[in-house]
Design a protein around this ligand. Structure first.
Ligand code: CP3
Length: 354
C-alpha cells in the first residue's frame, strides 16, 4: 500500500487516549455509544426536518449532531455521527435506514453475482464525512477526543445478506457454512470498504476508531475464529500505521472476548453481561477495557444508577489490577432512545468525581 498517514500531534493528553494506551489519564474517561441520537430533543429537532441518511452526508449537520452530546454531558469523547451502512450507501448499494427498524437493503446479497457486484468505496464519495471530521476537530475542546468508527465485515455482511435486522441470522450462517468461498469473497470486499472508510476519518484526524461488530455475539467461537476473525484482523492491521487507539466492540461477546482481543485492537468493548475484571482476564493483559453499564438501568432511578456506576468503576479498577492497561467508562450497548439525558449528564459528573 502506498498510503502515507499524516504526521499526527501527540494526543496522549486526551484522557481517552491515555486510558487506551496504558498512560495515566487526568480523569477516568467516559463516553456513551449512541450518545448522539434520539435521547436528545435537539437531535430530534434536526431530524424532524432532515432524513437520517441526508443528515449523514451533510458535513455541517454531522458536525452539529456530533457536538450536541458533548455540550450537554461533558463526555471525554465525541463519536462521529454516522452509521455503519453509510460507506455501503456511498459505494452505491441501494439501502435506507428506517426509523425504529434500522438498515434495510433493497436487494439482499445472496448470490455469487450479487457478491461480485459489491463496489469498492471511492474515498471521494465519503468526502463529506472527512470534511465533517475537520469541522468537529475545529470546535472540540482541547481535552475531548473524536472517535471515528465503522462496522466490522461480519455485522455489515449480516445486514446485506438478511436484507435488514435479523433474529437468527440463518441466511448469513447458511452462506458462511454452505459457500465458504463466496463468504470469504464478500467479507474481503466489506473489509476493503471498512478500511477505506476508516482511512478517510483517520486522514482527517480522528483521535481513535471503534470497529463495531455488534452482532458477532450470535456466533460460536469456532465460527467466529474461522469465518470472521481473519477479516476483522486485516481491518485492524491496515489502520494500525496511524498509531491511534483502535477499539473493538460487540454485543453478547462474553465467549468471544479472547478471540476478539486476538484480532488486534488496543481496547476491547464489553457489554453488561460480563463484569470488567472478568472481561480483562478473558481479554488478556496489555489491552484496555471499555464499558459496561447496562443501558436499561438508566431507567431504574438515581439510587440504582449511582450504585451501578460505582460498581462498574470498581470493576474497572479491578480490571486494571488484573492486567488491563486502562478503563474507558461506557454503557454495555447504545443509549436507548427513551433515556432521560439528564441521567446521562449526572452519570458523567459522578464518574469524574470518583
Ligand atoms: O452517537 C453515536 O453513537 C454515533 C452514531 C451512530 C449511529 N449508528 C447513529 C444512528 C453509531 C455509532 C451507529 C452505529 C451502528 N448502526 C451500529 C453499531 C452500533 C450498535 O448499536 O451496535 C449498528 C448495528 C447500526 C445499524 C443501525 N442504524 C441500527 C440498529 C439503527 C437503529 C434503528 C432504530 O431506529 O432503532 C440505526 C439507525 C440509527 N443510527 C439511528 C442513529 C441515531 C436512529 C435513526 C433515527 O434517528 O431515526
Amino acid at each position: 500500500m502506498s498510503h502515507i498517514p499524516r504526521i499526527r500531534a501527540d494526543r496522549s493528553h486526551l484522557p481517552l487516549v491515555a486510558a487506551a494506551t496504558g498512560l495515566t489519564p487526568a480523569r477516568r474517561p467516559v463516553w456513551f455509544m449512541r450518545q448522539a441520537g434520539r435521547s436528545l430533543p435537539e437531535y430530534r429537532a434536526i431530524r424532524a426536518e432532515h432524513g437520517m441518511l441526508e443528515s449523514c452526508f451533510d458535513a455541517a449537520m454531522v458536525c452539529e449532531i456530533t457536538l450536541q452530546p458533548v455540550r450537554r454531558h461533558d463526555v471525554d469523547a465525541a463519536i462521529l455521527f454516522s452509521d455503519i451502512v453509510v460507506p455501503l450507501k456511498a459505494a452505491g448499494i441501494d439501502l435506507d435506514i428506517v426509523a425504529g427498524t434500522g438498515p434495510v437493503i433493497a436487494a439482499p446479497v445472496r448470490s455469487e453475482s450479487a457478491v461480485r457486484a459489491i463496489p469498492r468505496l471511492e474515498p471521494e464519495s465519503v468526502g463529506a464525512i472527512g470534511r465533517a471530521v475537520e469541522l468537529i476537530l475545529g470546535e472540540l475542546g482541547e481535552h475531548t477526543a473524536l472517535i471515528g468508527f465503522a462496522g466490522a465485515p461480519f455485522t455489515l455482511a449480516s445486514y446485506l445478506i438478511e436484507g435488514g435486522p435479523s433474529r437468527n441470522y440463518e441466511r448469513t450462517k447458511a452462506m458462511m457454512h454452505g459457500s465458504p468461498e463466496l463468504w470469504n469473497d464478500l467479507m474481503g470486499r466489506l473489509a476493503d470498504i471498512t478500511i477505506a472508510f476508516l482511512r478517510v476519518q483517520l486522514d482527517a484526524g480522528v483521535d481513535a476508531i471503534q470497529l463495531f461488530d455488534s452482532w458477532a455475539g450470535m456466533l460460536s467461537v469456532a465460527d467466529y475464529q474461522r469465518f470472521v476473525a481473519p477479516h476483522s484482523t486485516r481491518v485492524l492491521a491496515e489502520v494500525a500505521e496511524y498509531g491511534v487507539p483502535r477499539i473493538h466492540f460487540g454485543v453478547g461477546t462474553g465467549e468471544l472476548l479472547a478471540s476478539m482481543a486476538h484480532a488486534g485492537a488496543d481496547v476491547i468493548g464489553v457489554d453488561w453481561r460480563v463484569p470488567l475484571d472478568e472481561a480483562a482476564r478473558r481479554v488478556g493483559p496489555g489491552k484496555a477495557v471499555q464499558g459496561n453499564l447496562d443501558p436499561t438501568l438508566l431507567f431504574a432511578g438515581d439510587a440504582v444508577v449511582d450504585r451501578e456506576v460505582r460498581r462498574v468503576v470498581a470493576d474497572g479498577d479491578r480490571a486494571i489490577a488484573a492486567g488491563a492497561t486502562g478503563h474507558i467508562f461506557n454503557l454495555g450497548h447504545g443509549v436507548l432512545p427513551g433515556t432521560d439525558p439528564d441521567v446521562l449528564t449526572r452519570v458523567v459528573e459522578r464518574i469524574h468525581s470518583l
